[in-house]
Design a protein. Structure first.
Length: 576
C-alpha cells in the first residue's frame, strides 16, 4: 500500500512571490541606471564646435539639436526674449555650452537622458550684506607723511577697534554696513571717516595746536602729560606767533616758570656749566664760546625763531634717565616745523614793529625844584656863610676834591666866593630854573629815536612718502632806541629728512646766521655808563645847535693827570 505525502504548498508560493518581486524591482532599477549611464555617457561623448554672437536662446537650441540627438523641453513664456552670452566653443560638451550661454540669465537647465529641460532659475537668496564680515586696512600718517604708531582706530559707538603698528599700518574687521571710523592720536586732531565700501583707507592726521600743550616731547618720544613722570613746561608755535623776538633766550624768558637768565631753577653748581642742555629735533646741540681770558660760556643755539614748532622744558632729574648727567641743569627740547606732504608749499610773512620813544618824567624833579634845593644847600653850608675867605676856600675845596659841581652849584659857588655879583647869579639861576626837563628833552631829540623792527620770513617745503625737504630764510633789520644801535641779520636754514628704510631715517641740515650790528655802549640816562650825572637843566646842544661839551665830573687830581700826560679828555660830547 502506497503512502500519500502532502506538502505545504502555500507557504512556499508566498516566498517565491516575494523573490520574484525583488527581482523585478532590481531589474527595473538596473534598467533605469543603465539608461541614465547611457545618457550621461552620451553627453560626455558628444562635443560641439560653435560660435554665438548676438544670439538668443532659440539660436542656441537649434545649433545643439542640429549637431546632436539632444532635444529641448521648455515653455515659450519662460524663455521668450532671453539673450545668451557671446561665446566660442571648440570641442566643448553640452554642459559647458549651457553653463556659459545661460550664465547671468534668468534660465537654468537640467539634462534627463537626451532631453534638456529649460526652466526659470531659482531666485538667489537675498543675503544681508551687512551680516557678512568686512575688513578695512590702511596706513595712518601725520601731515608730513611720517607713519604714526599707536593710533587708535575705533568704530564709533562700539568697542570694536584696532591700533596701528610701528609702520602706521592697521586692519579692522566688522560685520555692519553703516559704520564710522574714528582715528585718534595724542597731539593730533581726531578724524572721522564714514565707511562706503572701501577696502583701503589711508589717513593723514593733522596736529592739534591746542592739544600739543598737553603733550611732552622728550626728544626720543612724544607722550601725554599724564604719562610723564617729571616736571615740564611747554611753549607752542601759536604763542610764539604773537611775540616777535630776536633770540631763543628772549623767547623763553618770561614764558617758562623757573627760567631766568638762561638758567632753569637757579644755579645748581659752583664752577661747572649751569646752562641747560638744548636738543633740536632729537639731537643735542652745544653753542660754546671762549673769551680772551679763557672763560667758557654756554650760549643758546642760533636758530630761526620762525622755524620752531614747539619748545618743551624738562626741569627735573627725570630727564637724566634719557640724557644722563648733562641733563642735571634741565633740558630744552625744540621741535622744528616740517614740510607737509603734497604740493610745494611756499610761505611768506613779514612783521613791522614800531614803538615811539617815551621817557616818563612825571615822577622826576624839574629844573626849578633842583635850583631851589641847591639854593637851600648853599644857604645852609656854614663854610660859604662864614666870610669871603672861608667861602673862597670852600669853593676851591668843592672844585678840587669833589667831582665837578653841577651848573647851579657852580653859579652859587661863584656868587658866595665873590666871583660874580648876586644879581648876575640870580639871573643865571633863573634861566636854569626855567628850562623844565631840558636834559631829558635833548636826550629824546638828539640821542634817542623810535624803535623800529622789520622782519621778513620765507619758507619753501616739499614732502613725499620718503623725503621731507624745507628751506627757510629770515631777514631782520632793527633800529634800537639808542641812535647808534642798529643791526642787520640774515638766517638761512636748510633741512632734509630721508626715510632710507622703515627702521632707518637720515636727517641732514645746516643753519647759517649772518649778523652785522652796531651797539651804543653808553646810555645818557644812566650816570654810570654816561660818565656824568645830568641835571634837568643841562643841555646837549646850545641855542645854535652846536653840541655842548659836558665837563668831566671827576676830581681835580684826575683832571690834572689827564692834562699832564696828554691823555684823552674825559669831558663828554654826547651828540657829536
Amino acid at each position: 500500500m502506497k503512502k500519500l505525502v502532502l506538502y505545504k504548498v502555500f507557504p512556499l508560493g508566498e516566498e517565491l512571490r516575494k523573490l520574484i518581486r525583488i527581482m523585478k524591482i532590481t531589474g527595473f532599477l538596473i534598467l533605469i541606471a543603465s539608461l541614465q549611464i547611457s545618457a550621461s555617457v552620451y553627453s560626455q561623448q558628444t562635443t560641439f564646435t560653435v560660435e554665438f554672437k548676438d544670439a538668443d536662446i532659440y539660436d542656441m537650441m537649434q545649433e545643439v539639436k542640429n549637431s546632436s540627438e539632444f532635444d529641448f523641453l521648455y515653455s515659450d513664456d519662460e524663455i521668450e526674449g532671453v539673450k545668451i552670452n557671446n561665446a566660442e566653443f571648440y570641442g566643448s560638451h553640452v554642459e559647458e555650452i549651457l553653463n556659459e550661454c545661460l550664465k547671468g540669465t534668468k534660465i537654468t537647465y537640467k539634462i534627463e537622458d537626451k532631453v534638456i529641460l529649460l526652466m526659470p532659475a531659482p531666485p538667489k537668496p537675498n543675503l544681508d550684506e551687512s551680516a557678512q564680515e568686512k575688513e578695512v586696512h590702511g596706513t595712518v600718517t601725520d601731515e608730513n607723511g611720517i607713519p604714526l604708531p599707536g593710533v587708535s582706530v575705533v568704530i564709533k559707538g562700539t568697542t570694536i577697534g584696532a591700533a596701528t603698528d610701528i609702520d602706521g599700518n592697521y586692519t579692522i574687521s566688522f560685520d555692519n554696513e553703516d559704520v564710522v571710523f574714528v582715528y585718534s592720536f595724542v597731539g593730533m586732531l581726531p578724524q572721522e571717516i564714514a565707511y562706503n565700501g572701501q577696502a583701503l583707507l589711508n589717513i593723514a592726521l593733522k596736529a592739534d595746536s591746542e592739544q600739543m600743550d598737553e603733550v611732552v616731547v622728550t626728544g626720543y618720544q612724544t607722550i601725554s602729560k599724564e604719562r610723564s613722570t617729571g616736571s615740564f613746561s611747554k611753549v607752542t608755535s601759536k604763542s610764539l606767533e604773537t611775540r616777535r623776538l630776536n633770540s631763543l633766550a628772549d623767547v623763553l624768558e618770561g614764558q617758562i616758570a623757573g627760567y631766568s637768565d638762561g638758567i632753569i631753577r637757579g644755579v645748581s653748581t659752583m664752577n661747572a656749566m649751569a646752562s641747560p642742555l638744548y636738543v633740536i629735533d632729537g639731537f643735542p646741540v652745544e653753542n660754546t664760546s671762549i673769551d680772551n681770558y679763557g672763560n667758557v660760556t654756554e650760549n643758546t643755539p642760533d636758530l630761526n625763531i620762525e622755524d620752531i614748532e614747539s619748545i618743551t622744558i624738562l626741569k627735573d632729574a627725570a630727564a637724566a634717565s634719557i640724557y644722563g648727567a648733562r641733563a642735571a641743569n634741565g633740558v630744552v627740547v625744540i621741535v622744528t616745523k616740517k614740510a607737509q606732504k603734497g604740493k610745494v608749499q611756499v610761505d611768506f610773512s613779514s612783521t613791522v614793529t614800531w614803538k615811539p620813544y617815551d621817557y616818563y618824567t612825571g615822577n622826576l624833579t624839574n629844573s626849578a625844584d633842583v635850583i631851589e634845593l641847591e639854593k637851600e644847600w648853599a644857604a645852609s653850608n656854614p663854610e660859604l656863610n662864614n666870610g669871603l675867605l672861608r667861602a673862597q676856600a670852600e669853593a676851591d675845596n668843592r672844585r678840587n676834591n669833589y667831582k665837578w659841581p653841577s651848573a647851579g652849584v657852580d653859579v652859587l659857588l661863584n656868587m658866595y666866593s665873590g666871583a660874580i655879583s648876586e644879581s648876575d647869579a640870580n639871573a643865571k639861576l633863573s634861566e636854569l630854573a626855567s628850562r623844565g626837563f631840558q636834559f631829558y628833552d635833548d636826550v629824546a631829540k638828539y640821542a634817542k629815536r623810535d624803535l623800529f623792527y622789520q622782519q621778513y620770513n620765507l619758507s619753501i617745503g616739499k614732502a613725499t612718502e620718503l623725503n621731507n625737504f624745507k628751506f627757510s630764510a629770515t631777514y631782520k633789520k632793527n633800529k634800537e632806541e639808542d641812535i647808534y644801535s642798529n643791526s642787520d641779520q640774515l638766517g638761512l636754514n636748510i633741512a632734509n629728512s630721508l626715510q632710507l628704510a622703515s627702521w632707518l631715517k637720515a636727517d641732514v641740515g645746516v643753519y647759517i646766521n649772518y649778523k652785522k650790528a652796531t651797539e651804543q655802549t653808553y646810555n645818557l640816562l644812566d650816570s654810570y655808563s654816561a660818565g656824568f650825572t645830568g641835571s634837568p637843566y643841562d643841555r646837549l646842544v646850545d641855542d645854535n645847535g652846536t653840541p655842548v661839551s659836558v665837563a668831566s665830573q671827576v676830581k681835580k687830581t684826575v683832571r690834572d693827570n689827564v692834562a699832564n700826560y696828554g691823555l684823552y679828555s674825559l669831558d663828554s660830547n654826547s651828540v657829536g
